[in-house]
Design a binder for this molecule. Structure first.
Ligand code: S3P
Length: 434
């Protein structure tokens, strides 16, 4: 199954108006908070992908009734007291967001749980989440930092004042979810802004949460369903279209109905610094604290830059695309202070350095990033390194190659963007199964 190979052929121009599927991070949070709330929630435009189905499945095992009908999800909340003992190992597949957010919830339960995942997830660090949860009183054992994780039953968690030194929305969200099960106030201090979908959605669920520049404070206690959540299109998925439009000749694409949360805009800002022609049009009518709107991109002559460190966290999932943009740019691009990339679905520094080298691009690898010299891409036979975003980013290399780009092991694309091939082909790409 894992040998599922895609071949991406030479691209002429790309054109069209498209929408991308719902946002993955927001879809996870919508299911989880709806499950923990009092009341019923209808979730529209959720992402129908394997990672979200893991969150749905785990929520069902823990006692929530969830119905999927015609692209609408209906979640019957069980409240903070309603979770039931799973009595079996919980398997989170490939989904880092699901497992880390559920660690926060399961740390506060009166029953024990054991959590595991697939080959890629089993290599990813879990101590970073276990450590603050232990400081709240949770009893958690990791397997030398990795999965499986065993969480013992508890009679309650304490409040915490925590300094978030790793720029991770998943750690932050695990602490916020655990804090719902406490009586008093938990405070998280952070210097680096990471995606804030949990904070925004907790407000929609009437939680007592306050956010200022560098501090989040939350008071535990029941949350209440807002009854309806609309999930905007995923800016991370849209970013594949954005880069394809920028690096292909004579191209213009409009991506509609996409999330424009400021904590996710790093990739667009980096592309603009590289001379990209991108227009953003926010939709002010949208009835949510999540921003939404459309993005127009046109073919651009990209220039190499030193990627500013302060944009890395808000572009973290799009960094494989920044590597490819750099390969297509004139001059050299430096990506540093990006070591977090080594802890994603693959070691994304290693994966992109290997693949760009195979595509005949000059790259120097560092512990925390790489320098990439823009050049002429030559088609090659690549591996996804078990990583959906590496697979999709590398398939875009055919926008600048005369010969086909082949990527092995692409089944993982289903975890985040199952309609990737069809969407890219609808604007003029030519991606096929081998
Ligand atoms: C996510 C947070 C990020 C991101 C991941 C989704 C989330 O991970 O890379 O794809 O939904 O909270 P980190 O929190 O580990 O940076």
């Amino acid at each position: 199954m894992n040998s599922f190979t895609l071949v991406s052929n030479k691209v002429n121009s790309l054109n069209g108006e498209i929408e991308v599927p719902g946002d993955k991070s927001i879809s996870h949070r919508a299911v989880i908070l709806s499950m923990l709330s009092e009341g019923q929630t209808v979730i529209e435009n959720y992402l129908s992908s394997e990672d979200i189905f893991r969150t749905v499945e785990i929520s069902r095992i823990l006692g929530a009734d969830i119905y999927l009908k015609n692209e609408i999800m209906e979640v019957h909340g069980i409240g903070l007291e309603g979770l039931i003992d799973p009595k079996k190992v919980l398997n989170f597949g490939n989904s880092g967001t699901s497992i880390r957010l559920f660690m926060g919830i399961l740390a506060a339960q009166k029953f024990e749980s054991v959590l595991t995942g697939d080959k890629s997830l089993r290599k990813r660090p879990m101590e970073r989440v276990a450590e603050p949860l232990r400081a709240m009183g949770a009893d958690i054992e990791t397997n030398k930092g990795n999965l499986p994780v065993k969480i013992k039953a508890t009679n309650g968690l304490n409040n915490l004042r925590y300094r978030l030194d790793i720029p991770s929305a998943q750690i932050k969200s695990a602490i916020l979810l655990a804090s719902l099960f406490t009586d008093g106030k938990t405070i998280i201090e952070t210097d680096t802004e990471t995606r804030d979908h949990t904070e925004i959605m907790l407000k929609d669920f009437s939680s007592t949460i306050e956010v200022d520049d560098k501090t989040i404070s939350i008071v535990g206690g029941k949350i209440f369903s807002p009854e309806y959540i609309y999930v905007p299109g995923d800016l991370s998925s849209a970013s594949f279209l954005i880069l394809a439009g920028l690096i292909s000749k004579d191209s213009e694409l409009k991506i509609k109905n996409v999330g424009l949360n400021p904590t996710r805009m790093g990739f667009i800002e980096i592309m603009k610094l590289m001379n990209a022609d991108i227009e953003i049009d926010a939709d002010n009518q949208f009835n949510s604290n999540e921003k939404i709107g459309s993005i127009v991109v046109r073919s651009s002559k990209l220039k190499g830059i030193d990627v500013p460190t302060n944009l890395i966290a808000s572009a973290i999932d799009e960094m494989p695309l920044v590597f490819l943009a750099a390969a297509c740019a004139e001059g050299s691009t430096s990506i540093r202070n990006a070591k977090e990339l080594r802890y994603k679905e693959s070691d994304r520094i290693k994966a992109m350095v290997n693949n760009l080298t195979s595509l005949s691009i000059d790259v120097n690898e560092y512990d925390d990033g790489a320098t990439i010299i823009g050049g002429t891409i030559q088609g090659a036979n690549l591996d996804s390194f078990d990583d959906h975003r590496v697979a999709m980013a590398c398939l875009l290399a055919s926008c600048r190659s005369e010969t086909p780009v082949i990527v092995r092991n692409c089944l993982n694309i289903n975890t985040s963007f199952p309609t990737f091939k069809e969407t890219m082909n609808s604007i003029g790409m030519n991606i096929n199964e081998v």
